[in-house]
Design a protein around this ligand. Sequence first.
Ligand code: BGC
Ligand code: ZN
Length: 373
Amino acid sequence: MRAVTVDPGREEIGLADIPEPALASATGVKLRTLEVGVCGTDREIAGFQYGSPPPGDERLVLGHEALAEVVEVGRDVERFAPGDLAVPMVRRPCEHLHCRPCRAGRQDFCQTGDYSERGIKLAHGFMTELFVDEERYLHQVPYGLRESAVLVEPLTIAEKALAQVWEIQRRLPWADPSAASDEPGRGLSAVVLGAGPVAQLGAMALRRRGFSTWVYSRSPAPNEKADVAGAIGATYVSSEQVSPGELAERVGNIDLVYEGSGASKLAFEVLGVLGTNGLLAFTGVPGHGPLAEVDTDALMRSMVLRNQVALGTVNAGFDSFEEAISDLEHFSQRWPDAVRALISARHSIEEHRKLLVGHPGGIKHVIAVAEGA
Ligand code: BGC
Ligand code: ZN
C-alpha cells in the first residue's frame, strides 16, 4: 500500500510501497485512513529539520492529524466496531518505569523525552492507506463530523492549553473560572497570536467560552483568515498595521494570550503588554531564526508586578481529544462556514510534495487518502 515517507539520511521524500499492517493484539484496531492534515511540523520533517524514523527503519511514514474508519477490531475491543470513525492520538508513552507521567497515561507530559509520536518521532504516521493502533489511543468521532474531524488533532493543542489555564487561574479565587458556567471567559479578553489552523481553532474555543477574542496576525485585512476570525465574532488585527502597545490599548486588560504561530519575537513583544494577572500560553515551535532583542528588565518587572504567568504546552492527553470532538461539534453547528473555510483544499496522496515543500498558501491543507474520500 502507498505511504508518504521521509528518509532523513538520504534527504528524500516520496511515495513508498509498504506492507499492509495486520492486527497483532486483542486490543488492537485496524483502520482505513480517510484524511490527513498537513501542518508546520510535517513541513519541518520534510525539510529534514525534525523527526526520526522508527528504530531499524530508514524511512518515516509522515502524518499525525488523521481521521480514519475502523475496518477490523481485536476480540477485546469494546468501544469500536467496523464502520466507526476514529481520530488517533499522536504520542505514545516512554518505557521507563520511573516516568510518572507516562505511567499515569499522561505521555503528553513525558519526563524522559523517550516518548514516540506517530508520524513525527520514532513511530510511523498515518499518511498511508491502512494502519493499526491500540484502542486506548483512539477516539470515537460522530458521523456528523466526517467533513471536519481532520481538525480534531490541531484543536487538541488549544484544549490542553485551556485546561491548564483554568487550573492556573484558580489562583484568582474571585474569578472562580472552575465554576460550572458555559462561558467561564465571559468578561475576559483573549488575544490569539497567528491565524493558521491552531490559532483559529483556539479562537473558536475561546469564543465558545465567552472571551472577547482578538486575532493578531501579520497580514492586513481583508484576507481569508481575517474573514474566518470575523465570522466567529473575533476581531482581526494586523501586526503590520498595529503595534502590540496599540493592540493593548484597544483591548484593555489582556487576560489571556494564546500563542499559535511560532513567531517568537512577536510573542515576546506581546508578553510585554500582557494584562494584570494575565497568562500567556506558548504553543508554537519556532525554528532557529535571527537573534532578536528583548528588554529583559521591562519584561521581568512587568511579570512580577502584574502577577503574570507564561506557560509552554505541547501535545495533548485523552481528555483534550474528547473536549476537541465536543467543541468541534459545537463549532460546526454555530459557524459551519468558518469551519469549512479552515480547510482550504483536499488533495490526492500523489500531490503530497507541493504541500510538504511548496508554498500552497491558504489555511489547512488535507490529503484525502481513501478513494472517493
Ligand atoms: C503535534 C503534537 C506534537 C508536536 C511536537 C505538533 O505538530 O500536533 O502532537 O507533540 O508537534 O512534535
Ligand atoms: Zn500538526
